[in-house]
Design a protein around this ligand. Sequence first.
Ligand SMILES: [Zn+2]
Length: 83
Amino acid sequence: MAIEIIGECEDHIPSGWGYRAVKRKLGRCVCGKEIQLLKFTNTCVCGRDYNISGCLLAPRSQWGEETGEIDIDVLSAGHHIET
Ligand SMILES: [Zn+2]
């Protein structure tokens, strides 16, 4: 799920001896705060993480649980092969 994009902002990235201006998206977090989508992972003041497209990333506390689900999928897949 992506947040609403409310505008554009400028970011400056190192280029040669100086900096180069690049256009980035400005989104609005579900908490109501504006958030600049500058990097691969952008963290709002409320703690939510968004990628550069404004898609909400899974809370870091759930990353371990997702790995557990993958393990269960692998086990059930092996069971199907045996039968
Ligand atoms: Zn927020």
